[in-house]
Design a protein around this ligand. Sequence first.
Ligand SMILES: [Ca+2]
Ligand SMILES: [Ca+2]
Ligand SMILES: [Ca+2]
Ligand SMILES: [Ca+2]
Length: 344
Amino acid sequence: MEKLHALKRIEWTQTIENRGILIIATSLCVLSVLCWPVEGGEAPAGGRAVHDMLDYSVTKGAPVPENPDAVPGEILVKFKPKRAQVAMDNTQAAQKIRVASARRLKRIDWHVIKVQGDRKLKDVIMAYRQSPDVLYAEPNYLLHALDGQYIPNDARFGQLWGMHNTGQSGGTPDADIDAPEAWHSITTSGIVVAVIDTGVDYNHLDLAANMWTNPGEIPGNGIDDDGNDLIDDVRGWDFSNGDNDPMDDHGHGTHCAGTIGAVGNNALGVAGVCWNVKIMPLKFLNSQGGGSTVDAIEAITYATLMGAKVMSNSWGRALLQPSSEGCHHCSGRSRRPFCGGCRQ
Ligand SMILES: [Ca+2]
Ligand SMILES: [Ca+2]
Ligand SMILES: [Ca+2]
Ligand SMILES: [Ca+2]
């Protein structure tokens, strides 16, 4: 029963065809920003540099597979300044690794080292990483053109013509945002996205893993721990009802959240534009889908204050007014993408 109940909660996906325009509008807004690094300004022309895609963390390099897809016998090493020869000599003596040749990449001060013998490439790299004079050691990975697609296994992905249009709904094939092409390069981000809407079903099986929580707030203690004037705002806030539970009682906000960041390739429901985001639910529209300008301003102000990098605003009215224009300028000052569905 629990499973049946859970699956029933994916009902927003059943209306996906009718909301295709919304999918495209929201997706176009967020696709270009969600899947780039959280910080660091503009993405490099032509895509992320390979250097940026590697994790140079505390272990002198990313984990190395047992049999890496790399140039045989060749590794890339970053030494401490002026310690390259010492490190190579010491490693050769201690680990019995013989250097056949070493070439310095002058502009970035890395070395390409060719080793002799039949030692596994991973063992050679680990030997170099043990040296105190080595900062990083990596395989010389083989690279490939990113011209493919990544089709996720989510049960309802075939309905998402806005992501990948094969004509499945009678529309024009490839009239879409080319999401599988983008996912071939990158699927995750971790960026905080405020969904300013009717709330979000934060327990939804395809969303729960991607929900934001307020790190500065202790839940349930009746205290405003982070000093933002809202008590126990752990999950966001409900500006419509004035409480700390932004659960969706309409459905629209959950639908938007799914388009933005439903967990992808988990064999369940749909795939969001980005498969790993932090969705901050800010409810200001009530169960009928209506809300006030003041509550919208409060929600946008909260999102700005609490560090959301993108705001989803799929709402509007016939005519804009100066105060709502002010919202755009408020969020715009901090260079946050403001994705809206306002009509004029
Ligand atoms: Ca396409
Ligand atoms: Ca608070
Ligand atoms: Ca608290
Ligand atoms: Ca999914």
